[in-house]
Design a protein around this ligand. Structure first.
Ligand code: SF4
Ligand code: SF4
Length: 115
């Protein structure tokens, strides 16, 4: 499952540069698929819809850092453990129980983000 950031986040920013998929954003900042990835054109989201990789999408949180599940791969293919969880000083990067993905799905997402 994807990782999420809880409201315990203290906005230290330590996790953001550690994400291999650029899935972590500061609160209130719009996210896009193409930020920090090599993908071009269009991208299929988890619900099957397709968006432009350069589309600017609504922030998921405004007061804390947040993770977009569409880009989080639990660090599969890059690291043995989620890097955001590893560096967070207050342990607020936790599994998102609402989004369960198999390893194959996560690796597929990773391969589509890094073409
Ligand atoms: S688990 Fe990995 S891919 Fe997901 S947000 Fe954290 S650092 Fe990024
Ligand atoms: S490392 Fe933890 S406390 Fe710091 S910004 Fe990231 S989620 Fe928030």
């Amino acid at each position: 499952m994807a990782i999420k950031i809880t409201e315990d986040c203290i906005n230290c920013g330590a996790c953001e540069p550690e994400c291999p998929n650029n899935a972590i954003y500061e609160g209130g900042v719009e996210w896009s698929i193409s930020d920090g990835t090599t993908v071009k054109g269009e991208f299929k989201l988890m619900d099957g819809s397709v968006i432009s990789v350069d589309a600017k999408n609504e922030p998921i949180a405004s007061d804390t850092y947040y993770i977009t599940p569409e880009k989080c791969t639990e660090c599969q293919g890059f690291h043995d453990e989620p890097q955001c969880s590893a560096v967070c000083p207050v342990d607020c990067c936790v599994p998102n129980e609402m989004i369960r993905e198999a390893a194959e799905q996560l690796l597929d997402k990773k391969s589509r983000l890094h073409i």
